[in-house]
Write a protein that binds this ligand. Sequence first.
Ligand code: PGA
Length: 255
Amino acid sequence: MNKSRRRAVIAGNWKMNKTPSETKAFIEELKTALPEADCDVIVCVPFVDIAAAVEAAKGSDIKVGAQNVHFAENGAYTGEVSAKMLNDIGCEYVIIGHSERRQYFGETDETVNKRLTAALAAGLKVVLCVGEMKNERERTVTDEIVSMQTKIALLGVEREQMENIIIAYEPVWAIGTGLTATEKQADEVCGIIRSVISAKYGVDIGETTTIQYGGSMNAKNAASLLSKYHVDGGLIGSAALTADTFSAIVEATNQ
Ligand code: PGA
């Protein structure tokens, strides 16, 4: 099997950073800084920045995503945003199941599954995050945890919907900590996720699903992580907040 069958995807997860005016300025800067690269580039921005991001990205290859979505179509869910709303505003992607949502906002595997199926039904593409905590890795249950998260998230998802799903392996202990999984660890766990997908949907889908690594990926370590067979891209937090470092990571997909 050949890794080139898969599309490389570099996605920025801005988390709770940048105002709408900063978003506009940043994307203008990014448009000139981005190198030629055979990969998709996504910026996942706060809800209030989506309109500014969509407008600023017009005429470029930069795609815009959100960082969460509610599972109901509409209704009495104060403070929430539906998949239809995201679609209507021109947002193409949404991150679902990020560990910060799981840790701080009560996200569970079940709600991840509900959000994911709602997002797909509304025509959004999903970046599904899975990953183990530090104590789970220490107890050598990474394989089981990540497999279970992936399986539950994909309950009810049809084979043909897999083309609209990217999976991001994000070890929780590596997020925002400056600690990065080794290339070997990243490759191993992305490979485990791929085998879960192959078992459920067939090897063809497993081999064509984009699986990213995320967790302190930066301009220095991106090339070696991305060189691994199962690592098809990155979900980038802090290094996505400056145009130079984010562009350098995009450049690393060329190697
Ligand atoms: P980080 O965040 O790159 O700052 O570690 C990654 C993420 O949370 O997606």
